[in-house]
Ligand binder design. Structure first.
Ligand code: PLP
Length: 223
């Protein structure tokens, strides 16, 4: 077994244990394997081991790695999990299946227009700046309702859920609970939260999607 396959198996089994401990169905948690900075060969190893859902945070990098893999594995699903500039929307919509980082009205509109134009089915999530950190992307919690309404009613986007990256320091659980609560209040069933260091805590708080990179692919030269 390759090292990536072994690490993938370990993460998958820890997800199942965390879900069971929380009284949840392990099948209700989707592992998004975050392959940013790692080469196509690493993604191919994970695919060979059965992983099908991946996350990338840069459109250009995703474009360099995924088109060929997607043609080899038609059931591969790619999530964009990094900040999206409006000038990259066309490339993003052409390639990814889920954009997790809708965080402002202008971006929502450009994405909606491009989905219409391209005729592709792309789901979106609204990213919430759950810790209200000035340096971080995401809609503030108090702006989330208005942004969701705009996405759903005015732009007819397929909004699947909410995503967050909690503050790096301290206990993430209050933030995870706050995001889950916000999703519940807005009738959204997908909640993307939890990374290599805290995905089990996120599952305990209701995560349906955990975004795990380094625990599967190894460490990266940059975050
Ligand atoms: C890089 C990244 C991850 C994965 O981080 P790890 O700590 O390597 O698991 C998850 N979510 C986002 C938004 C990221 O940019």
């Amino acid at each position: 077994m390759s090292e990536i396959a072994a690490q993938l198996a370990a993460v998958t089994s820890r997800i199942a244990v965390a879900a069971s401990a929380a009284g949840r169905d392990p099948g209700a948690v989707t592992l998004v394997a975050v392959s940013k900075t790692h080469p196509m060969e690493a993604v191919a190893e994970a695919l060979a081991a059965g992983q099908r859902v991946f996350g990338e945070n840069r459109v250009q990098e995703a474009k360099a790695k995924f088109p060929e893999l997607k043609s080899r594995y038609p059931d591969l699903r790619l999530h964009l999990i990094g900040p999206l500039q409006t000038n990259k929307v066309r490339d993003a919509v052409a390639l990814v299946d889920v954009i997790e980082t809708i965080d402002r009205p202008k971006l929502a509109r450009v994405v909606a227009d491009e989905i219409q134009r391209a005729g592709r089915k792309v789901d979106v999530m609204v990213q919430v700046n759950i810790g209200r950190e000035p340096q971080k992307a995401g809609a503030l919690p108090e702006h989330t309702e208005a942004l969701l309404s705009l996405c759903r009613k005015d732009y007819a986007l397929s909004v699947a859920g909410l995503m967050c990256i909690p503050p790096a320091e301290g206990d993430p659980m209050p933030y995870f609970r706050a995001l889950a609560d916000l999703a519940l209040r807005h009738g959204l069933d997908q909640i993307s939260m939890g990374m290599s260091g805290d995905y089990e805590a996120a599952i305990a708080c209701g995560a349906t999607h955990v975004r795990v990179g380094s625990a599967i692919f190894g460490s990266r030269p940059y975050p």
